[in-house]
Design a protein around this ligand. Structure first.
Ligand code: AHR
Length: 659
């Protein structure tokens, strides 16, 4: 259970008839004053294949380097037994098979089980679960029948915890074969071994092992526990595939969506830019198989009822790396990729890309409404490319909303330049990023109070409070960072007229394979846990409401006065008034709460409190719920209540209303 249910009576809130607190200390919610609708997209998720987020993470494939395309073709594999020269040969077909050039040729002479084999180490080991079925598959070519393959799941200690035999047929053409294995134990760092028996030669490619407990049971699908964490947030949108991964270290390894759809063995693997990005966190075995590709991203968004928000390369590589730009006269293919993507998502059977989607098994459109052009790009070179994209997209698809980049930082010369230019261009949505210290988040809770209500809307596209500093390996997802974000999010919510989308970044990190910290959700090969930051995000997302209403103290919004930050929303669908209040001080705070313009349905109040006495508190694999919301229902009558806010807390109050 995500929340512990407590039934308290009347301590935190109580009818205040007897109280004589001063009017000017009251928190006043005027529910009659509906400031603006809250967009269904308000709270979403940002996905990037960083920190083993996709390969080695959400994409449930257990075999690392299944098609021998890593820079070192046998990385992740170990030969076993009495290996002689020529037993294993990596063959590169080059232009004959550009998307998947390499395969492994195995030649044996009188091999017996245990005398010649290969073992795959997985991504930091393989998470294997007792009694679960694992699906092995392989592409092979064996002109003369002669070999059989003994498959073994191995425990952390190398013991056999599941086996099967695969008997390839004789075939001159590549053929796919499959067999299943059942695991007899649960291990976090298992491996997978193949012993060869017999005489002969066999070519192997796409050696794959998948658990069968994937999200929605899809074959070759996603890790269900990780996707469930996202689904639990009820996200309004899913932004994908990043992040800097969109830009690429150079243009040659930029993200190209067309290469990520269709048969898995035809999705051309490339290096992951996070493989080499940080000298202090190198990850030489990080590549992109694109097993989680654009079709799967759209499908996942659809599963969750979230809007898909794909971000495309704008003709510029990462400006922290090579900063390559494509010359303007060669930009057309990039623009075409954007137009084709919209057709892929929304087109019918009369269109080329609509037909492609239908052939992939999705006859109805994905109803794409948003597209991002560029990730963290900046400068005049971005503006001139963006203008070309915008013209082409708006001409063909006027209703598609385009997300524009405002660069890497929420202030400074680059930001000021872009913010002005983009607003002059009439940008639909401007993506702002903030990786800042907790103090910044606390002191910026009023950032959007002065933003133009009429102009471009804001996508708070990447934020995370840094307990140390950006890119430091010492950053922790502690309660201080989460509480500071919560204070900031009240500011986003109060300004729902301006802010239409918001997402924390990065989303996932593997405890043994991360490059960047902090991250919203951490995993190992078997388990997953939400950080305090996750619970903040989830509390906002699952208590979104339909309209932001006025909340003030002394007629002013609560943006840090007396260490209080607050926002209030009406949920007209559920008939509720929902308050979110952060008390960032180390003391319990008592305030009167007055609600105007609505009648309560009953005397119950639902309280969700997230807090910790120690600002350094973190969650972990072994202690995943140290900071997690505690739910209680209290009784209190009337429209004026005494409110006791715990020290260092985020409190969500839900008040049922008469229709
Ligand atoms: O979230 C990690 C990185 O931070 C993203 O890839 C990039 O957009 C930002 O710099």
């Amino acid at each position: 259970m995500m929340y512990r249910i407590l039934l308290l009576v009347a301590l935190l809130f109580s009818f205040n008839g007897a109280m004589h607190a001063q009017e000017n200390a009251d928190i006043v919610v005027n529910a009659e004053h509906k400031i603006a609708p809250i967009q269904p997209t308000m709270w979403g998720v940002f996905f990037e294949d960083i920190n083993l987020g996709a390969d080695g993470g959400m994409y449930a494939e257990l075999v690392k380097n299944r098609s021998f395309e890593f820079t070192k073709p046998l990385m992740g594999w170990k030969s076993e037994g009495k290996v002689k020269e020529g037993n294993f040969l990596v063959i590169n077909r080059g232009f004959e098979s550009e998307k998947n050039p390499r395969f492994l040729r195995v030649s044996t002479e009188s091999a017996t089980k245990g005398s010649l084999g290969i073992t795959n180490e997985g991504f930091r080991g393989m998470g294997i679960k007792k009694d679960l079925q694992y699906d092995f598959s392989v592409w092979y070519r064996q002109p003369v029948k002669g070999l059989i393959m003994h498959l073994e799941l191995l425990s952390d200690n190398g013991e056999n915890i599941g086996s099967a035999v695969f008997t390839p047929e004789s075939t001159n053409e590549w053929k796919q074969g499959a067999v299943s294995l059942n695991a007899t134990s649960t291990v976090a760092k298992g491996q997978f071994r193949i012993w060869f028996e017999g005489n002969g030669q066999i070519d192997l490619d796409m050696i794959s092992l998948f658990p069968t407990d994937t999200w929605k049971g899809r074959k070759g699908g996603l890790r269900a526990d990780m996707v469930q964490m996202l689904a639990d947030m009820k996200p309004g949108f899913i932004r994908f595939p990043g992040g800097c991964i969109v830009e690429g270290h150079d243009l040659g390894v930029r993200y190209q969506w067309k290469k990520t759809i269709g048969p898995i063995e035809q999705r051309q693997q490339i290096i992951n830019r996070w493989n080499t990005e940080f000298a202090h966190r190198p990850t030489p075995d990080y590549f992109q198989t694109f097993g989680l590709g654009f079709f799967e991203y759209f499908q996942m968004a659809e599963d969750m009822g979230a809007e898909a928000l794909p971000i495309l390369n704008c003709g510029m590589a990462c400006q922290f790396n090579t900063a390559e730009v494509v010359p303007l006269h060669q930009l057309q293919p990039y623009v075409q990729d954007a137009l084709d993507l919209i057709e892929f998502a929304n087109g019918d059977a009369t269109t080329y890309w609509g037909k492609v989607r239908i052939a992939l098994g999705h006859p109805s459109p994905f109803n794409l409404k948003y597209i991002g052009v560029g990730n963290e790009n900046w400068g005049p070179q971005y503006v001139e490319r963006l203008k070309i994209f915008t013209k082409a997209i708006k001409e063909k698809y006027p209703s598609i909303k385009i997300v524009n980049s405002s660069g890497t930082d929420p202030e400074g010369e680059r930001f000021e330049y872009l913010n002005k230019e983009l607003r002059n261009m009439g940008a639909d949505i401007i993506d702002e990023h903030y990786y800042r210290r907790p103090e910044w988040f606390l002191s910026n809770a009023g950032r959007y109070d002065s933003y133009n209500r009429k102009g471009s809307k804001v996508f708070a596209g990447e934020y995370a409070a840094q307990s140390d500093k950006t890119v430091s390996i010492n950053n922790r997802n502690n309660w201080l960072t989460a509480m500071a974000e919560a204070a900031f999010l009240t500011g986003l919510e109060r300004n729902a007229e301006v802010v239409h989308m918001a997402s924390y970044a990065p989303l996932f990190a593997h405890v043994d394979g991360w490059q960047w910290t902090p991250d919203l959700i951490w995993v190992d090969n078997l388990k997953v846990y939400g950080t305090p930051n996750y619970y903040v995000q989830k509390l906002f997302s699952t208590n979104r409401g339909t309209h932001v209403v006025e909340i003030t103290k002394n007629q002013l919004p609560l943006t840090g006065k007396d260490s209080l930050y607050a926002s209030a929303v009406l949920d007209e669908d559920k008939g509720e008034l929902i308050l979110k209040i952060v008390n960032a001080s180390g003391k319990q705070v008592e305030r009167n709460l007055k609600i105007k313009g609505v009648k309560r349905k009953d005397d119950s109040l639902k309280m969700l409190v997230l807090k910790s006495d120690d600002l350094n508190t973190v969650n972990s694999i072994d202690s995943p719920m140290t900071v997690a919301p505690v739910e209680s229902v209290i009784k209190s009558k009337g429209s004026k209540m005494k409110l006791l806010l715990a020290p260092q807390s985020l409190t969500v109050v839900r008040i049922a209303l008469k229709k």
